[in-house]
Design a protein around this ligand. Structure first.
Ligand code: 13P
Ligand code: SF4
Length: 308
């Protein structure tokens, strides 16, 4: 009997569609994706694809980025609930005022933003290339960094700048409990703590390694330790376990207790095999970006893609 995964694979093929998935997606979706990656890798893949349809198993800002970078493709987002707390923490009208108050500043925004914020930016970055993007700007130029204040704080430290930070956060990466993490470390002194730079500075201060989702994955594959406490969204543990099956990965604990007692992005998890299948069959939830907005947002996005 055909499983739902088989039916999705078959329908994707029939429609000449590519399934792109972020590492924070459910395991059963990661298993059938044509391409699995972090936000920068997904943006690059979306731009290069020749498929008629891009089905984006990720969140809205990622699907919009795909549409802006490859406007001739139909881009589908299986769930209308797949937003992002970080992108929502930077409303375009408030950001426009902030920008107006600091007219001499260049704007560097993290890709986790609406298309409107991208259109107001000089540069876009992801966590994979943020340091490189900032270091490419002469250090005499004042910079606004938006929207993630934790990533901004980390970047100020590593690039020795004093960028003006927008006060936004990702609720998923903010949720780690220092008390529980300290106890976990005490019970596992042989484990290294590795963290995504969207995490709170107190978590980053105790981390042995800080990096983007793909950098964390590469680190555990190449590093000689056998045990890690992972301070990022728990979905990446699937790929870590596949790539380094003899190592032990422990999700960093969070303040609240949810079903996994770990950090899950509820937005990413709104995509299921069921709504993914419906979306492909009915070509439902097409992402449309207004052409003038897309034209403006493409400029800093393309600068980022060209840089790396
Ligand atoms: P990266 O995929 O760039 O590491 O970003 C993490 C994230 O929070 C995506 O929403
Ligand atoms: Fe947004 Fe955070 Fe979820 Fe990433 S993990 S999509 S930044 S809410």
């Amino acid at each position: 009997m055909q499983t739902l995964q088989d039916r999705i694979r078959h329908t994707l093929e029939q429609k000449n569609a590519i399934l792109l998935a972020h590492y924070y997606q459910r395991k059963e979706i990661q298993e059938i994706a044509h391409f699995l990656g972090d936000s920068l890798e997904l943006a690059r893949k979306a731009q290069q694809t020749k498929h008629d349809i891009i089905v984006f198993a990720g969140v809205k800002f990622m699907a919009e980025t795909a549409k802006i970078l490859n406007p001739d493709r139909k881009v589908l987002l299986p769930s209308l609930e797949a937003g992002c707390s970080l992108a929502d923490s930077c409303p375009p009208d408030e950001f426009a005022k902030f920008k107006e108050q600091n007219p001499d500043h260049l704007v560097v925004s993290y890709v986790n933003t609406s298309s409107e914020i991208k259109a107001m930016s000089d540069y876009i970055c992801t966590s994979s290339n943020a340091q490189k993007v900032i270091e490419s700007i002469p250090n005499t130029r004042p910079i606004i960094f938006a929207p993630d204040k934790n990533l901004g704080h980390y970047l100020n430290k590593v690039t020795n700048r004093n960028m003006l930070l927008w006060d936004g956060v990702c609720t998923v990466h903010e949720a780690f409990s220092m008390e529980k993490m300290t106890n976990l470390k005490l019970a596992n002194m042989d484990a290294k703590i590795i963290a995504h730079p969207e995490s709170d500075p107190v978590v980053l201060d105790i981390a042995d390694f800080i990096g983007s989702t793909s950098a964390l994955l590469n680190y555990v594959i190449n590093d000689s330790s056998e045990k890690y406490i992972i301070a990022t969204e728990v979905g990446i543990l699937n790929k870590m376990r596949l790539m380094a099956p003899n190592k032990k990965f422990i999700p960093a604990p969070i303040n609240e207790n949810n079903t996994c007692a770990c950090s899950e992005c509820a937005f990413m998890k709104t995509i299921t095999l069921e709504n993914l299948y419906t979306s492909i069959v009915e070509e439902k939830h097409e992402i449309i970006v207004e052409p003038e907005l897309a034209r403006k947002a493409l400029i800093p996005l393309q600068n980022m893609i060209n840089m790396n």
